[in-house]
Design a protein around this ligand. Structure first.
Ligand code: ZN
Length: 343
């Protein structure tokens, strides 16, 4: 195989091959492998990775999914990208992490890694001496984030979340970087965009995967589609096309891209959390436009007696609403996006 590569790669190509974990791809090739999360205070595991190394040099784009291993549309989207991209027709490098949280995927556990009960999008940049989530986050930071130029983290509605699709655009205050990430979000194509101004600024305490890239100077963003278990093909397609659009925007491919026009900018997200355990009965669907104080749902006790009326805390759009009757204290019942005034 190396001989075929020499025909493509120019002499002195500093990146004739690109390695992530056990996957080493030569120019114009695709390699499948794993990132080894080492054992520590608890067990280790293998995180799947694909490296698609374009025939010509260009930016390194990392695309991750499955930090929450039951957000299935985003996982299937990255799985599909493994075969949707032809390295012979590509510039730059695509690094795909389809399932960060393999234990959650295998055990069908929403929100957390069942090994240590931690969300796998809250403990970046990670810690080689921590529990499994900390160690996995550390491996992703070292092997993927620090080696890429851009990162897209894909999420969606988890098993209990009836979610409408949206992207997040993080404002860092670095105007040039923010313009680049804004153009990526618009190229991706989702027409609802949450503007995040309060994300961590400290690269040593970045918490989220996207912010781990952003605080290291890499224009990046997060997008969400899919909901509540069963996968709608359209949600997968939206995410796949979004990544392909960003690749076209970054000139990694010749794909023509039309950025979304007049998206809905959401300057604020307000949520209602459960005050006590109970049974949730929704009264609105995802994407409903609600007034401040509008009825969102009711909570009953286990004898069907009403214990709480849920009202919308602000006027806005239902980004997601609880999809399941099970409700325990502290669960998010509804998340409302508040539209930018005058924008
Ligand atoms: Zn998620």
């Amino acid at each position: 195989m190396p001989h075929a590569v020499d025909a493509v790669a120019p002499q002195g190509d500093a990146h004739a091959t690109f390695t992530v974990g056990t996957a080493t791809a030569a120019r114009g090739k695709k390699a499948l492998g794993v990132l080894k999360v080492p054992a520590g205070s608890d067990g280790g595991y293998d995180m799947p990775v694909a490296v698609i190394h374009g025939a010509r040099p260009g930016p390194v784009l990392a695309v991750a999914a499955g930090a929450h291993g039951s957000e299935y549309a985003s996982i299937l989207a990255v799985e599909r990208l493994t075969d949707a991209v032809n390295p012979a027709e590509m510039s730059g490098t695509l690094v795909l992490l389809p399932i960060i949280n393999v234990p959650s995927f295998e055990k069908i556990t929403p929100h957390v890694n069942p090994t240590d009960n931690k969300s796998m999008n809250r403990f970046y940049p990670g810690d080689p001496n921590g529990t499994q989530t900390d160690r996995a986050s550390f491996v992703v930071t070292k092997e993927v984030v620090e080696r890429c130029d851009h990162l897209i983290d894909l999420h969606g509605g988890d098993l209990d979340e009836n979610l409408r699709p949206y992207s997040y655009w993080t404002v860092t205050g670095n105007q040039k970087q923010d313009e680049l990430s804004r153009a990526m979000v618009l190229a991706f194509g989702l027409d609802h965009i949450i503007v995040s101004r309060d994300r961590p600024k400290d690269p040593k305490a970045s918490r989220f995967l996207e912010n781990t890239a952003t605080t290291r100077g890499k224009p990046s963003f997060t997008a969400e589609a899919g909901r509540s278990g069963p996968v709608a093909d359209n949600d997968v397609t939206v995410l796949v096309n979004g990544v392909l659009n960003v690749m076209g925007h970054l000139k990694m491919t010749a794909r023509p891209v039309t950025p979304v026009r007049n998206p809905v900018w959401l300057e604020l997200v307000v949520s209602v959390t459960a005050e006590q355990n109970g049974v949730f009965h929704p009264r609105v669907d995802r994407d409903a436009h609600v007034a401040k104080g509008a009825p969102i749902g009711t909570v009953t006790d286990y004898h069907n007696q009403k214990i709480q009326d849920i009202a919308s805390p602000d006027a806005g759009i239902v980004l997601f609403i609880r999809a399941l009757p099970s409700l325990k204290k502290g669960d998010t019942i509804v998340s409302i996006g508040v539209v930018k005034k005058g924008g």
